[in-house]
Design a protein around this ligand. Structure first.
Ligand code: ADP
Length: 298
């Protein structure tokens, strides 16, 4: 169990989201009024921190921040939310990754159009400067174009005497073949339904049982599966299942997976069992689906 001042460091993307909430899904080449439009801070690692902070886990975000107006919005929001981001890498020549997201408020679906071609990723050399003293856990959002660097970042954690007891988790979300190289890296490996289906698994149970063979010794594989809930397999082959906890009405599913992961990490950080962690993940992610945005989760 981590002592209270030890932090969870999340490494990955910080994205500028432009959100449009519609009553239904718009038709192409029409002029449609919508319910509301707003900006939000997104990106998986950034969302993980938003939820961890609300669940009382000290955390820190390590990503890249450009020098444009969108990055100013992101920095301000991180400060407002009390998420330390001093060790984010400055990328003055880059552009903030952006996403245009349509939420259908009638069923909570989210349709995402994203662009990050001029955004840079955190490199192993930059991560080498992050002091891991006082760090209990490092979570990596798997990024397909940064796989080699991530492998080196994890290798550094495993080599570092000051990081002896640091727990490493990785998330494999996007369906890209190169992401498989991240499987052996984590003590906890979170695999999205999208990645599991891409890898040929037809259920969450099949995914955790199949992927268990590909992770490092002692590691746990966890797979959330939308309305079905989530499954986990520990290294001894025990499989745990947690049912989804649907809200009365699904209004917004953006960040449900990020919420699930953060709630699992929060429980494991506090010393809970894998089974309790995925149950909490489903509870908090279910509550998230019933509300707009990621604020006020508990
Ligand atoms: P992603 O946001 O990455 O697509 P998932 O759809 O797998 O993630 O959802 C992650 C978790 O969120 C699920 O394990 C479940 O607990 C919860 N969840 C997602 N959709 C729903 C839903 N419609 N009703 C209840 N819980 C949901």
């Amino acid at each position: 169990m981590a002592s209270s001042e030890q932090r969870v460091v999340c490494v990955g993307l910080i994205c500028f989201d432009m959100i449009t909430v519609c009553d239904g899904f718009p038709l192409e080449d029409t002029d449609t009024p919508c319910r509301e439009q707003h900006w939000a801070r997104g990106g998986n690692a950034s969302n993980n921190c938003t939820v961890l902070r609300q669940l009382g886990v000290p955390c820190e975000l390590v990503g890249t921040l450009a020098a444009d107006d969108a990055a100013k919005f992101l920095r301000d929001d991180l400060s407002t939310c009390g998420i330390p981001h001093d060790r984010c890498v400055e990328d003055p020549a880059g552009a903030t990754p952006t996403a245009f997201i349509i939420i259908n408020a009638l069923n909570g679906s989210r349709t995402i159009l994203h662009e990050s071609t001029r955004a840079s990723e955190v490199t192993a050399a930059q991560f080498a400067d992050v002091d891991l003293r006082g760090c209990a856990w490092v979570h990596f959002e798997g990024r397909s174009r940064n796989v080699a660097e991530m492998r080196e970042m994890v290798a550094r954690i495993r080599r570092d005497d000051a990081a002896d007891s640091v727990v490493v988790s990785v998330e494999l979300e996007k369906p890209r073949r190169e992401m498989e190289q991240l499987l052996p890296l984590g003590d906890f490996v979170f695999v999205s339904k999208e990645f599991a289906v891409f890898s040929g698994y037809e259920s969450m149970r099949a995914a955790v049982e199949g992927l268990r063979e590909k992770v490092r010794g002692g590691a746990t594989v966890i797979c959330p599966w939308g309305e079905e809930g989530a499954c986990a397999s520990t290294s001894d082959g025990t499989v745990f299942t947690a049912a989804a906890e649907p809200p009365e009405k699904v209004v917004d599913t953006i960040g449900a997976g990020d919420t699930f992961i953060a709630a699992c990490i929060a429980q494991l950080y506090k010393g809970a069992s894998v089974e309790a962690a995925i149950q909490a993940g489903c509870r908090v992610a279910g509550a998230k689906c019933g509300q707009m945005g990621l604020k006020d989760l508990k």
